[in-house]
Design a protein around this ligand. Structure first.
Ligand SMILES: *Cc1c(COP(=O)(O)O)cnc(C)c1O
Length: 471
C-alpha cells in the first residue's frame, strides 16, 4: 500500500482534477493514475468527444446502457417536456402518467404475463428486490422454508451485498465473501464448455441436469433460481442455447421455485428480441430490467412480476405487503426517458433494422471467425465477442486487455475487453459506413495487439499511449 500523493486542490486539467477528487468505479486508482483518463466534452450519436476534440466510437454503449446514441434529440425533447411538468414526487400515495404508462407498456410487451412493475434506480437494487419478493411471497404462502437461492457459475447480478451473494465473479466477490449469505452455484450452460462432439443444446441439458439434482437435493428449500438469459455478459459474453431456459422453466415449475430472469443487460432488444426470454418462448416469474431501459439517460430499474406473486402480498395485513421503499422510485424523468426509448423502438422498427445491422457487422468481422488467434467468435443479436488466444496466466491476460484497449482507443474506438474476451455491444444507431469502419478498426487493433504481445513474449509489454499508435 502506498500513500496517495495528495496534491492541493486547485487548477489542472479535468483528468487531473478527477483523479484528485473522484473515486472512479471498478478502478484501482493507483493504476488509473498512470493511464490517461478520457475527459469528455460531449456526446453526439454513437460518438463521445473529449476536451481536445478527439472522437471515440462508443462501441460498448457506455457500459451497455446507451441504445440510441448520446444527446438523442427525441429523448432530449421528452425530458425537456417532463422537466416543465414534474421532476419527481414520492410514489407512495401518489402516481403520475409516466410511471403508469411505462408499467402498462412493459406489461403489454410481455403479453400481460408480467403485469406488475416495481421501480428502483439501479440494477443491483432490482435484483435485491426480486430476491426479497421471491422469499416473502413464499413466506406469505406458508412456505417459510424456501429461503435459498440458486445462481449460475460466473453469473453477474450486481455488487450490493445481496446481489453479490448471487454473483460468481471472483474479482468482484472474493474480498467480500465473508459478508455474504451464500447461494448455490450450478454449472453454466456456456456453449464454450462443449466437449468433443457436443452441441450447445447438449451443454444446456448437462447444465440443467446439475440444476435438477440440486433442486431434488434441496426440495422445499429453494426460493428462486436466478439466470441471465442467453448471454452471461459480465462473465465475458458467455452465450448459451435457449433450450437451457426452457429446461430451467420446467424444473422451477416442477420443484416449486421461482424463476428470476435478470434481463438488465440482455433486455431492451440486445439479443434481437425485446426480452431475451422470448427466444426460448418462456416467461419467468420475476424479470429485472435496467441499463438500456432509459436509453442510457437516467438511473432506472424495475422488477416485473406475475399476478401470482403480486397476489401473495395482497392482504389486509400491512406486514404481508411488500414494504421495500426507495426515495426515487418511479422517477418521472427516468420514466419519460424510458417511454421515449420505447417510442423509438416502435416508430423506427428497431428490432428489424438491427437484424440488418447485425448481419452487416457479422459479415464485416468474418475474418475473425477464421483467425486462429481469435477463439470462439460468437454473436447474438447486437452482441459480438471472441477470446484472444493468449497464455492463461493472469499477467498475460491483463497485458492483452490493457494493450487492446489502448490500441482500439488510439484508433478512435472505445472497447474494454473483459479479460481476454473482446466484445462489441454498440448502440442501435450505426449506419453501414460506421459499421464497416468499426469492424476494420477493431481488427486492426487486434492485429496490432497480438503482434506487439508476440514480440514482447519475454520481458512484458511496455504500454505506450498516444496518437502515434494510430493506423
Ligand atoms: C449490470 C448488471 C447488473 C447490475 O446493474 P447496476 O445498475 O450496475 O447495479 C445486474 N445484472 C446484470 C445481468 C447486469 O449486467
Amino acid at each position: 500500500m502506498d500513500a496517495f500523493p495528495r496534491p492541493p486542490a486547485g487548477p489542472g486539467n479535468l483528468a487531473a482534477r478527477s483523479l484528485r477528487q473522484v473515486w472512479h468505479p471498478c478502478t484501482q486508482m493507483k493504476q488509473q493514475a498512470k493511464l490517461p483518463l478520457v475527459a469528455l466534452s460531449h456526446g453526439e450519436g454513437p460518438w463521445l468527444v473529449d476536451t481536445d476534440g478527439e472522437r471515440y466510437l462508443d462501441a460498448i454503449s457506455s457500459w451497455w446502457v446507451n441504445l440510441f446514441g448520446h444527446a438523442n434529440p427525441r429523448i432530449n425533447a421528452a425530458l425537456v417536456d417532463q422537466l416543465g411538468r414534474l421532476e419527481h414526487a414520492m410514489l407512495a400515495g401518489f402516481t403520475h402518467e409516466p410511471v403508469v404508462a411505462l408499467a402498462e407498456r412493459l406489461s403489454a410487451l410481455t403479453g400481460g404475463v408480467l403485469g406488475h412493475a416495481f421501480f428502483a434506480s439501479d440494477g443491483a437494487s432490482a435484483v435485491e428486490i426480486a430476491l426479497k419478493m421471491s422469499f416473502h411471497a413464499w413466506r406469505n404462502q406458508g412456505h417459510d422454508d424456501k429461503r435459498e437461492f440458486v445462481c449460475v457459475r460466473h453469473g453477474y447480478h450486481g455488487e450490493t451485498l445481496g446481489a453479490l451473494a448471487v454473483t460468481d465473479v471472483a474479482l468482484f466477490r472474493d474480498a467480500y465473501d465473508p459478508l455474504l449469505r451464500h447461494a448455490h452455484v450450478v454449472a453454466s450452460p456456456d456453449a464454450r464448455n462443449a466437449r468433443d462432439g457436443e452441441s450447445g443444446v447438449d451443454v444446456a441439458h448437462r447444465a440443467a441436469a446439475e440444476l435438477e439434482a440440486l433442486l431434488v437435493r434441496r426440495e422445499g428449500r429453494i426460493a428462486a433460481v436466478i439466470v441471465e438469459p442467453l448471454v452471461q455478459c459480465a462473465a465475458g459474453m458467455a452465450m448459451h442455447d435457449p433450450e437451457y431456459l426452457r429446461r430451467v422453466r420446467a424444473l422451477c415449475d416442477r420443484h416449486g421455485a421461482h424463476l428470476i430472469a435478470d434481463e438488465i443487460a440482455v433486455g431492451c432488444g440486445r439479443t434481437g428480441t425485446f426480452f431475451a426470454c422470448e427466444h426460448a418462448g418462456i416467461w419467468p416469474d420475476l424479470l429485472t430490467l435496467s441499463k438500456g431501459i432509459s436509453g442510457g439517460y437516467l438511473p432506472l430499474s424495475l422488477v416485473l412480476s406475475r399476478d401470482a406473486i403480486f397476489d401473495a402480498f395482497y392482504d389486509d395485513d400491512t406486514a404481508r405487503g411488500f414494504l421495500h421503499s426507495h426515495s426515487y422510485t418511479g422517477n418521472p424523468l427516468a420514466c419519460r426517458a424510458a417511454l421515449a426509448t420505447l417510442d423509438i423502438f416502435a416508430d423506427d422498427d428497431v428490432l428489424a433494422v438491427n437484424a440488418l445491422r447485425a448481419r452487416r457487422l457479422s459479415d464485416a468481422l468474418a475474418p475473425l471467425a477464421n483467425d486462429p488467434r481469435a477463439k470462439h467468435f460468437r454473436q447474438r443479436g447486437m452482441i459480438w465477442a471472441f477470446d484472444a488466444e493468449v497464455p492463461q496466466a493472469a499477467e498475460a491476460v491483463r497485458a492483452f486487455s490493457l494493450r487492446f484497449y489502448t490500441e482500439a482507443r488510439a484508433r478512435g474506438v472505445l472497447l474494454r475487453p473483459i479479460g481476454n474476451t473482446v466484445y462489441l455491444m454498440p448502440p442501435y444507431v450505426l449506419d453501414d459506413a460506421t459499421i464497416d469502419w468499426l469492424a476494420s478498426r477493431t481488427m486492426a487493433a487486434f492485429d496490432a495487439t497480438m503482434r506487439d504481445l508476440g514480440s514482447h513474449r519475454h520481458g512484458g509489454t511496455a504500454v505506450k499511449f498516444g496518437k502515434e499508435q494510430a493506423a
